[in-house]
Ligand binder design. Structure first.
Ligand SMILES: Nc1ncnc2c1ncn2[C@@H]1O[C@H](COP(=O)(O)OP(=O)(O)OP(=O)(O)O)[C@@H](O)[C@H]1O
Ligand SMILES: [Mg+2]
Length: 149
């Protein structure tokens, strides 16, 4: 399992941007990490690289927000779905030709596609973060290889 150390918020956004350009339509990326780890910040970096003009923020009361860029970007924040086991039609987002980013994926685990890129973000100190890449499936293994170059 590969890890990447990030020293600043800018580095987080840059890594996210690099990843965005390696992804394909219908790819799903999950972001696991504590409150304030940097999941939404990472999603902003993906959005910027996809040319999303609108501001990406934490969808506090909305579970899903969709943005238009080079590809559609769906931002799912499942935080409020803890213990709910509710399927709000996630599959449609995963298959409409866009990129889907999921914060708090552990709460919607049964609905996630098997092939996906799981990322874990840990806060080390200050702005330092450790990102662990956990690709699920050959396509995402390749994405991670490219990401590490
Ligand atoms: N290297 C870094 N990468 C990401 N965010 C950083 C970094 N350094 C500092 N930060 C700050 O940490 C905070 C991360 O907040 P963010 O909303 O992205 O976290 P989150 O993981 O989405 O939290 P939540 O679970 O509440 O949604 C921001 O205030 C950001 O400016
Ligand atoms: Mg967030």
């Amino acid at each position: 399992m590969e890890t990447i150390e990030l020293k600043t918020e800018l580095e987080t956004k840059q890594l996210a941007g690099k990843l965005a350009l390696l992804l394909h339509p219908n790819d799903v990326v999950t972001l696991t990490g504590d409150l304030g780890a940097g999941k939404t910040t990472f999603t902003k970096g993906i959005g910027e690289a996809l040319g999303v003009k609108r501001t990406i923020n934490s969808p506090t009361f909305t579970i899903v927000k969709s943005y238009q860029g080079l590809l559609p970007l769906h931002h799912i924040d499942a935080y409020r779905l803890e213990n709910s086991e509710e399927d709000i039609g996630f599959d449609e987002y995963f298959h409409d030709g866009g990129i889907t980013v999921v914060e708090w994926p552990q709460f919607i685990e049964p609905f996630l596609p098997e092939e996906r890129l799981d990322l874990v973000i840990e806060k080390l100190s200050g702005e330092e973060r450790l990102v662990t890449l956990k690709p699920k499936g050959p396509s995402f293994e390749k994405v991670c290889e490219e990401l590490m170059k």
